[in-house]
Ligand binder design. Structure first.
Ligand code: NDP
Length: 262
């Protein structure tokens, strides 16, 4: 099959709106990978909750997606704050009555060598990239359990699978997120709820644009596909795992990294 044929197959799948009448929450979706995921799920017919700590990008993205024809709610939410999370869950269930898809995407980096890592930077990354997923997943599992249906996709990282120089806090948090993913998969399989992780390699967003050019070039040399990934590359993987037809895939980590580390 040629790339053009594959694109056409994907376009016709999306055009059939496989997520019609489903409700999807994507955390940290004001920009970057989260926004691309929200756009992909919306194109497949889902009602979308744009959720972000940053009220301005949250509202702006929600407005833009609504103007492009989507059914969209914007809810400002800091995923490290349980009260914020519960308010978001209540707002969504009051408005749409269900939650079918949860994408735990919000994340930060505070890179430093092991010996120079401060406890504050360690904790900030563990709180935002790992504990938050527990805080968001727990109340949403209650909703999904009642429905006896759900798709949870956690955005991990190749760093969580393989480790990375200067990222002890980030690697530990993302490895923990993979453990959380697999445990939810085991506990909730009987309720037709799947839980998977997508582990991106190096994706061209604000997060990686903050890296020094020398470091970016070094990484590029190691990627067999010879390019950084795009947010859409990750969104396509999340869409696949969110489909009703992906119901027998659970507890998996899908690395989307252009062949890096394989
Ligand atoms: P960005 O920094 O571009 O976007 C992250 C978004 O999450 C921002 O809108 C940010 O808000 C928001 N956010 C941060 N903290 C919180 C919080 N406490 N509560 C709610 N929202 C929050 O990052 P990416 O799009 O690149 O990354 C998205 C995910 O993908 C992250 O989990 C990241 O770890 C993961 N990832 C990214 C890779 C990459 O190469 N880019 C590689 C591997 C994994 P604000 O605007 O205030 O910063």
């Amino acid at each position: 099959m040629t790339t053009e044929q594959m694109t056409k197959t994907q376009e016709s799948l999306i055009a059939s709106k496989p997520l019609k009448d489903q409700v999807a929450i994507v955390t940290g979706s004001g920009r970057g990978i989260g926004r691309a995921i929200a756009e992909a799920l919306m194109a497949a017919g889902a009602k979308i909750v744009i959720s972000d700590i940053n009220e301005e990008t949250c509202n702006q993205t929600a407005t833009e997606l609504r103007e492009s024809g989507g059914d969209v709610m914007g809810v400002q939410c800091n995923v490290t704050v349980s009260d914020d999370v519960q308010k978001m869950v209540d707002a969504v269930t009051n408005n749409w009555g269900r939650i079918d898809i949860l994408v735990n995407n919000a994340g930060i980096t505070r890179d430093q060598l092991v010996m120079r890592m401060t406890e504050q930077d360690w904790q900030a990354v563990i709180d935002t990239n790992l504990t938050s997923a527990f805080k968001v997943t727990q109340p949403i599992l209650k909703v999904m359990s009642k429905q006896r249906y759900g798709r949870i996709v956690n955005i991990a990282s190749t760093t969580g699978v393989h480790g990375n120089f200067g990222q002890i806090n980030y690697a530990a948090a993302k490895a923990g997120l993979i453990g959380l993913t697999k445990t939810v998969a085991i506990e909730y399989a009987s309720r037709t709820i799947t839980s998977n992780a997508v582990a991106p390699g190096f994706i061209d967003t604000a997060m990686t644009q903050a890296m020094k050019e020398e470091a970016r070039n070094k990484i590029l040399e190691k990627i067999p596909m010879q390019r950084m990934g795009t947010p859409a590359d990750i969104a396509n993987a999340v869409l696949f795992l969110s489909l009703p037809s992906s119901g027998y895939i659970t507890g998996q980590v899908l690395e989307v990294n252009g062949g890096l580390y394989t």
